[in-house]
Every structure is written in C-alpha cells, then in structure tokens.
Design a binder for this molecule. Structure first.
Ligand code: COA
Ligand code: MG
Length: 301
C-alpha cells in the first residue's frame, strides 16, 4: 500500500539556505522539498547536502511531508545526492524527488540505489519517489514511468523546463501568456491520467511571478479541476492560496458526508439511487463524494 501524504502546497526551498530551511519548517506548507537542483549553484551543491541533512534531522517539521529534490541522472551529483541524504538523514526523509527523468531506467536507477542504501543503513521505512515530468521525452514515456516502481507516489508537471524542452514560446514560468486556450492543458491532463491510473498523486509545478496571486490562483484552479492534488509554492506567499484551493470547503465536506449517509441507507433498503437536496445520488455520484471524504480525512477536516 502506498502511503497517503500531504501535498497541497509543495514549498520549494534552496537547500543551501539554512535560513530558508528554518522558515520552511515553520511554514504552513504541508509538503516541503529541500532543493539540490536548480535553486542551488553548482559550487554550493555538495555542501547543501549536509545543510539539508542537518535540517531534516534537527528542525521540527510537524506533519509535513519531507522531500529532497535531487539532481538528474545525467549529472555528476545525482548518485552523491542520494547516498549522502539517505546515509545522513534517511530516517527523517519521506520522499526523494527526481528531476528530468526521460524514461523508466532513470527512475529505476534511484529505486535500486534506495534498495541498497536502505539495506545498508537498516532503514525500516521505505523512502518514496516523486518524479518531475519536465522533458518532452519524460512526457512521452509518462505512462511507463508511472508504473515502474513500487516507491512511486507522485508525478509533478514541471512546466518551466518542459516549456524549454518543447521550445514553447514563453517568458514567464507557469503563465499561460497569450496562447488562445490553456497551453498546459494537454500535459496536465496526460500526467494526471497516468498518475490516477497508477494510483499516484499528480501535482502542478511552479508559477514564477509570486507577486501575481491572481495568475497563481487561475493556474492552481485549472490543475485542481483536472484532478491534481496540489501545486508548488516557490515563495511563502503562494502557500495560502494553494491550501485554500486544494482543500475541500466545509460545505463540500458536509454535503459529501450527507450523501454518503443517504446512499448507505438507500443501499440497505435495496435502492441504487436516492435524492439528496434535490440531486440524484447513485454509484457514480457517490464516488465523487467519496473522493471529497477521502481528502477531508487526509487533511483532518
Ligand atoms: N522558502 C522559505 N523561505 C522563503 C522562500 C522559500 N522558498 N522564499 C522566500 N523566503 C523567505 C525569505 O528568506 C524572506 O525571509 P525574511 O523575511 O525573514 O527575510 C521572506 O521569505 C520573504 O522573502 P522575499 O524577501 O519576498 O523574497 P526573497 O528575495 O528573499 O526570495 C526568491 C525570493 C525567489 C529568491 C525565493 O523565494 C526563492 O529562493 N524561492 C525558491 C526558488 C526555488 O526553489 N526554485 C526552484 C524550484 S522552481
Ligand atoms: Mg526543472
């Protein structure tokens, strides 16, 4: 069974900044990924491993999902990132986020490394894998990637690198620009389908202009509508909007529980459909309501 984890707001934190790591631990985000990749300069990457391990071991992360984003398998840092983090902080690490996987083999490299390191360090809890779909090859192989490892928990759409990989004409990461329609619709839809089909979470990536809350809300709402469970925050100001958008409202939860109760009662009486407040509730409707109830349970509502 895959663990259910919180991922409504995935906060990106440069792993070289002790100050920001402290702020991240205290933040309201329910998932934090300590970054070793693009937010850390090449000269600081090796040192940042120790800083992140210290932060994971010594700060109070509350109920947050604790994740480390590592450099991709084509770099000289990938294997060292995995070894140092698991060796120093494996017991305090929930997941590792792999950047730029192109194909199944890239994910299996991380999976096999974790097998060896967990045995070596006698870790009792398995470390999960989250992957960033941010290359055109990665998107083309997303279905195969999504089922290649038992450790997989989450697929994330990384639209910044993805735009560069495809040659999309954009100047601001995460924005729709002047494209007539939603420029990210296809990628989000395909990634969310692959994720759901494999029993994984799907999460939406960054929105760089953190002063533009309206733009962030538009993009997060689109992701939520398609079935994604959260969105990145690259700045603390983006945490609250993500939590608001990806948490079902008290009214939605109350209604879902009311539907569930009415449906169970109907079923006991041999009925397949019933009405609740003028709306038909049958097997399909109850599935939607149960999605809301599952979220409410996960978020402690
Ligand atoms: N995590 C934790 N704390 C953060 C943060 C983050 N991602 N981004 C900013 N903060 C802190 C700042 O340190 C600052 O703290 P202070 O008030 O105690 O000084 C406060 O939040 C307000 O930040 P602000 O001054 O508005 O921005 P900044 O100029 O310090 O930082 C960025 C702006 C973009 C450099 C910063 O938000 C950042 O590094 N974001 C993450 C980038 C990243 O991880 N990219 C890779 C994934 S796309
Ligand atoms: Mg990237």
């Amino acid at each position: 069974m895959r663990p259910s984890r919180l991922r409504r707001s995935q906060l990106a934190v440069p792993g070289s900044s002790e100050k920001m790591l402290r702020k991240a631990a205290e933040s309201a985000a329910d998932h934090v990924f300590c970054d070793l990749e693009d937010a850390v300069a090449p000269i600081a990457k090796v040192g940042a491993r120790d800083t992140i391990a210290w932060a994971l071991n010594n700060l109070d992360w509350g109920k947050k999902t604790r994740c480390v984003r590592i450099n991709d398998v084509s770099t000289e840092w990938c294997h060292g990132d995995i070894i140092t983090l698991v060796e120093q902080a494996g017991a305090n690490l929930d997941t590792i986020m792999l950047t730029k996987p192109m194909c199944v083999a890239d994910v299996l490299f991380l999976d096999r490394m974790l097998n060896q390191l967990e045995r070596k360090h006698k870790l009792e809890r398995k470390i999960g894998i989250e992957v960033l779909i941010e290359e055109v090859q990665g998107l083309q192989n997303v279905e195969a990637i999504s089922t290649c490892s038992e450790r997989l928990e989450c697929l994330i759409f990384g639209m910044g690198d993805y735009a560069a990989s495809q040659g999309i004409d954009t100047r601001e990461i995460g924005s729709n620009g002047s494209y007539p329609g939603d420029i990210f619709h296809y990628a989000r839809f395909r990634i969310t389908m692959a994720a759901r089909s494999a029993g994984l979470d799907a999460v939406d990536g960054p929105f760089a202009n953190f002063k533009n809350e309206e733009g962030y809300v538009t993009e997060a709402t689109r992701a939520k509508s398609l079935g994604m469970v959260g969105k990145w925050a690259i700045h603390p100001s983006q945490i609250e909007p993500a939590l608001r958008i990806f948490t079902p409202s008290a009214r939605q939860v109350e209604r879902a529980r009311k539907m569930e109760a009415a449906y169970q009662e109907a079923e006991a009486q041999g009925l397949g459909a019933v009405q609740v407040d003028g709306v038909m509730v049958d097997v399909a409707v109850i599935r939607l309501a149960r999605n809301t109830i599952a979220q409410a349970d996960l978020y402690g509502l």
